[in-house]
Design a protein around this ligand. Structure first.
Ligand SMILES: [Zn+2]
Length: 329
């Protein structure tokens, strides 16, 4: 599989992702949790590097870092959240390790393997230093993203605010200055069963310049676009999805206007969880201080809303009245 790939290169991509992961592992878990964290990380990095996917992870990290440096929010779509590598690189906030508490001050760690999710764990003070511990980990195997041996084609789907998404091509060109950045073309069936050519909502290919004549590229709606359906090219060329969602824009605005830093809101925050149970209300009906929590719930529900009307989604939240981790919704 690796030999068929015509991926672009970033100098020292493998060494760079390994170094970043090791540094972040040390920052979060110290050097005590060696087998537990390091075993999984070693296995993932081996699969990623042997299958030639280091450049995909590094490109995703670079995009996320650029968005964050500009003060914007980012997230992921799809199975990337099953990768510890993606978590340690800062691409996603979803930690796939088994549920656990960790102390950010003294690095003390307690595993809670029977919990459904680390976000559900009740607050707890560190028995060693007295600091508030962080509950994390959702017990997700890497296979979901990479296949049993990391052989799956990486599906890198990132979500950003619309301001960042609009700069998708520009950002990719900064990361891959020598290569050709091309929007993914999409063939889909219309209601009358005819095939129609359009644009993938946020898919971009990075075509190494030496292969530019092997991919037919057309100009379509002011973009350079693959002339064929993108699915025929994903086995061979690197594709990154740079998507935007309205709710991320809402969160960004709310955070800017209220001064509430989203990452400072604990995942088991009682106000955020309570707002699940009143999700048929609208933001304007609740105090400004809780509006950020409400918007977070909206984002958590948005995946579900992709396939269902908003009214239906809100009715589900109301009838189930969840009282634990949003990931369980
Ligand atoms: Zn501690």
């Amino acid at each position: 599989m690796k030999n068929q790939r015509r991926y672009p290169t970033i100098q020292n991509a493998e060494e760079t992702i390994i170094r970043h992961c090791q540094d972040k592992k040390l920052e979060l878990y110290g050097d005590a949790a060696d087998e537990w964290v390091a075993g999984r990380l070693k296995q993932e990095l081996k699969a990623i590097c042997e299958n030639g996917n280091a450049v995909a992870f590094l490109a995703a990290k670079n995009l996320t870092d650029r968005a964050r440096a500009a003060g914007h929010l980012s997230g992921i779509n799809g199975t990337l959240g099953s990768s510890l590598t993606a978590f340690l690189l800062g691409i996603t906030g979803i930690n796939p390790l088994c549920p656990h508490y960790r102390c950010d001050k003294c690095k003390h760690v307690e595993l809670v393997p029977d919990a459904a999710s680390g976000f559900d764990l009740p607050t707890k003070l560190c028995p060693k230093c007295g600091e508030m511990m962080t509950g994390d980990g959702h017990d997700i195997p890497f296979d979901s993203f990479g296949g049993q041996n990391g052989e799956k084609i990486p599906e890198i789907s990132l979500i950003f605010t619309s301001e960042i998404t609009a700069k998708g091509r520009e950002l990719l060109q900064e990361i891959f200055p020598e290569d050709i950045i091309v929007r993914a073309g999409h063939l889909h069936k219309t209601k009358s069963n005819a095939e129609k050519f359009g644009l993938h909502p946020g898919g971009w290919f990075v075509i190494p310049v030496q292969y530019k004549d092997d991919v037919k590229i057309i100009t379509f709606h002011e973009y350079l676009v693959t002339a064929q359906d993108y699915r025929e090219l994903t086995d061979r060329y690197l594709k990154l999805n740079i998507l935007s969602f309205d709710n991320l824009d809402n969160l960004y605005k709310l955070s800017s206007e209220t001064g509430v830093q989203l990452e400072k809101i604990p995942m088991n925050d009682p106000n955020a969880l309570a707002s699940h149970r009143f999700s048929d209300l609208w933001i304007k009906e609740i105090p400004k201080s809780q509006a950020v929590c409400r918007a977070i719930i909206d984002v958590q529900l948005m995946w579900f809303k992709l396939n269902h009307p908003e009214e239906y989604t809100r009715a589900c939240a109301k009838s189930t009245a969840p009282n634990s981790c949003p990931l369980d919704v």
